[in-house]
Design a protein around this ligand. Structure first.
Ligand code: ADP
Ligand code: MG
Length: 684
């Protein structure tokens, strides 16, 4: 432990020769970090092969070539704006080297034989290399790089600076134990880790796929082992073993009046098994809006109450919390409390006492539920609604109200499989794949924004027939203020036409004003709700059957799907009108057409993930998700699944990573900075 051979890799780039603070910062900017390891994992986008040695006549314009030539003459520029021209020839023809800054007279006198490497172009019928990247004497081909990596750079940073720093880092690489199964390496014909890095970062020959693939697999395996370790620790903690007698549940189902769908039954069985087990539950309940997650969660919570314990449900907003509170209160024979920021004074004090002494068995609320001041007598189950925006670490906090608390996360965002394995690797998953019976699919149609007047007439007819409608305003810019202006303008126009049955709801409003508007829409007093995306996360108004979305091309697929899920909740047929610009690009059209043609949330999620290139979801810092550096979760999706199985087998055999391979895996975890997993191991 004292002497960790990897430590030098985490030192700053300025430790390298020729890398001062300025160059260090530039490399850091391009590589996403200023340590040796960041540079080491900064992969080239492509390579230039300098070994192409065609004759002048055979050189194809656009190609990077190395020509073996003799200098014929040098033509100085006629004026300042003209370049220097060096005419060269070989046995097949002649070419021109063009320099706007020329200081190489001594290097290339007339008659000199040279190797010249650069991109060849055709200008006015003449073969031309402007500013060749390499010019060396013909007998010094050893001075020419053979394969040159093209790294992503940043302004002011030169390839040779990266190459020089990279060479030094590679030279400092300690020898590392092999962490992969020898049989796998043999089967895939993968080189060792260091060898693969050299092949990719300082290649002597064009790198093969095997090297890149191996490196991607290293990263994916580190990720999967780390998640499995964290998950293993969370589970190893003893939890409650909860079994109910079914009495409350039976009464709730009786009140509900319908039978559970097959998906609901199965999800509930999975949850019951988790609850009954003495290990802790960490389960994700995935299902489209309206697929009946809340009902499943309610029944799970009642099981906790039957077992004499408490359960809490946390919603992301106050509106949603109140809505869940109504739903639960309707179903549950046991009393359900509501705790939000709005519950104050004596009522709050009384509620907190009830939670602490256990006399309040069920509570619904916002994040207020998990504040320090809230103590529970015996919280056995925490249900979290719509927390898909949280990362792993935040989710781990949710259990902090009790080490024993089982956790059920509900999400209406169908998460693509790839993301499940990476971002949700510590959770088990239940999916609700069918909708409750009697649900109509929403008829979705695409319209040019130019038809807005006709569309408004169509909405008017629907309103006359007694329908209620959402009108979602364009996502104009990143700026909320600008979006707001658009919503207010639309509200003014519609209000002018339809009068005070038109309401406006957006994120910048005073919460009380917004809640009042949403409540009016819920009662049916407000019939046309103009809104920004605040309605995305909740709002259950079964009577609303029309959804208009302006500038649909600016929304993400998953978001549109969520919005559409606001209608089609009742028995009447529903409509979703997607208004778009005429000039929507191909990708935009594909997304809108896909949405029109399917309402399967899982299909939409997988497609969304692909269309957005995954990197958008996985790679970007602002998403709060860890970025992959060597792997591309879409290109390498099969590898991800392989790593997932590999990690399970490995930890099944060697949970403490004590074997020889296990110890090598520890090095892998350190290399990819899986700190939480390392802590788990250290904690034994
Ligand atoms: P979600 O939480 O997944 O959005 P909900 O649990 O709110 O879905 O259910 C949506 C609607 O469907 C609710 O009105 C609910 O009462 C109804 N529902 C749920 N499950 C069933 C079922 N098995 N049969 C009939 N209706 C159901
Ligand atoms: Mg349990």
């Amino acid at each position: 432990m004292d002497h960790d051979p990897l430590t030098p890799l985490f030192s700053p780039l300025t430790a390298l020769k020729g890398v001062g603070p300025a160059v260090g910062a530039l490399i850091g900017k391009a590589a996403g970090g200023e340590r040796l390891i960041d540079l080491l994992f900064h992969l080239p986008e492509s390579y230039v092969d300098r070994r192409q040695r065609p004759t002048i006549a055979a050189a194809r314009p656009g190609q990077i070539v190395t020509l073996s030539v003799e200098v014929v003459r040098i033509e100085p520029p006629a004026n300042d704006r003209q370049p220097w021209r060096v005419v060269v020839k070989d046995a097949t023809g002649s070419a021109e080297l063009v320099f706007f800054k020329f200081n190489r007279q001594r290097q290339m006198p007339v008659g000199a034989r040279l190797l010249v490497s650069g991109k060849i172009d055709l200008f006015g019928g003449r073969r031309t290399i402007s500013h060749p990247e390499h010019v060396v004497p013909a007998d010094r081909s050893d001075l020419l790089p053979t394969i040159e990596p093209i790294w992503p750079l940043t302004g002011g940073l030169w390839p040779r600076q990266v190459a020089s720093a990279m060479a030094q880092v590679l030279a400092r690489l300690p020898s590392l134990p092999e962490w992969h199964d020898p049989a796998l390496l043999l089967r895939e014909k993968w080189p060792g880790f260091v060898e693969a890095l050299r092949a990719v970062q300082a290649p002597a020959a064009m790198p093969t796929n095997a090297s890149r693939t191996r490196l991607a697999y290293d990263e994916l395996l580190a990720d999967q082992v780390a998640l499995a370790l964290v998950r293993g620790r969370l589970r190893a903690r003893p939890g409650h073993s909860l079994t109910g007698n079914g009495s409350l549940r039976a009464r709730a189902l009786h009140r509900f009046g319908y039978t559970l769908t097959r998906s609901q039954q199965q999800a509930l069985a999975e949850i019951d098994a988790d609850l009954a087990s003495s290990r802790r539950m960490l389960r994700l309940l995935q299902g489209d809006v309206g697929s009946g997650k809340t009902l499943v969660a309610t029944l799970a919570m009642l099981c906790a109450v039957e077992a004499g314990k408490q359960a809490a449900l946390m919603a992301p907003t106050e509106v949603l919390a109140k809505q869940h509170h109504r739903t639960l209160s309707r179903l549950s024979p046991a009393p359900v409390a509501l705790l939000t920021g709005g519950v104050k004074g004596r009522a709050r004090a009384q509620l907190l006492r009830g939670l602490k002494d256990g006399s309040v068995p069920l509570v619904v609320g916002t994040h207020a539920l998990f504040q320090e001041s809230v103590e529970y007598h015996d919280l056995a189950l925490a249900v979290i609604d719509e927390q898909h925006r949280f990362g792993v670490d935040q989710r781990l906090l949710l259990g902090s109200k009790g080490e024993l608390t089982d956790v059920l996360v509900m999400t209406a965002t169908p998460i693509p499989r790839t993301l499940l394995l990476t971002q949700w690797g510590e959770m088990d998953v239940s999916r609700l794949i069918e909708k409750p019976p009697g649900r109509q699919s929403v008829r979705t149609s695409l319209h040019s924004l130019g038809t807005l007047p006709e569309l408004t007439d169509a909405v008017a007819r629907k309103l006359d027939e007694g329908a209620q409608a959402y009108w979602i305003c364009p996502l104009v810019a990143e700026s909320e203020a600008v979006d707001l202006a658009a919503a207010e303008a639309r509200f003014a126009v519609l209000r002018e036409r339809f009068g005070d049955v038109v309401g406006l709801a957006h994120g910048r409003q005073d919460a009380a004003v917004r809640d009042a508007t949403l409540a009016a829409f819920g009662r049916g007093d407000c019939r046309l709700l103009v809104a920004t995306t605040v309605v995305e996360v909740g709002v259950d108004v079964p009577a609303a059957t029309v959804m208009v979305i302006e500038h649909a091309e600016r929304f993400g697929l998953a978001q549109l799907h969520q919005l559409r899920g606001r209608v089609g909740r009742g028995l009447a047929s529903s409509f979703c009108l997607l208004l778009h610009e005429d000039w929507v690009n191909e990708a935009g059209k594909r997304r809108l057409t896909l949405l029109r043609d399917t309402d399967d949330g899982f299909v939409i999620a997988d497609e969304d993930f692909r269309l957005r290139g995954g990197g958008d979801l996985l790679g970007k810092k602002q998403s709060g998700l860890p970025a992959f550096r060597l792997a591309d979760p879409i290109e390498h999706e099969p590898l991800l699944h392989m790593a997932n199985r590999d990690a399970a087998v490995l930890l099944g055999r060697d949970p403490k990573l004590a074997s020889q391979r296990g110890r090598a895996i520890r090095v892998l975890l350190r290399l990819f900075e899986k700190a939480a997993a390392m802590r788990t191991l250290a904690a034994g």
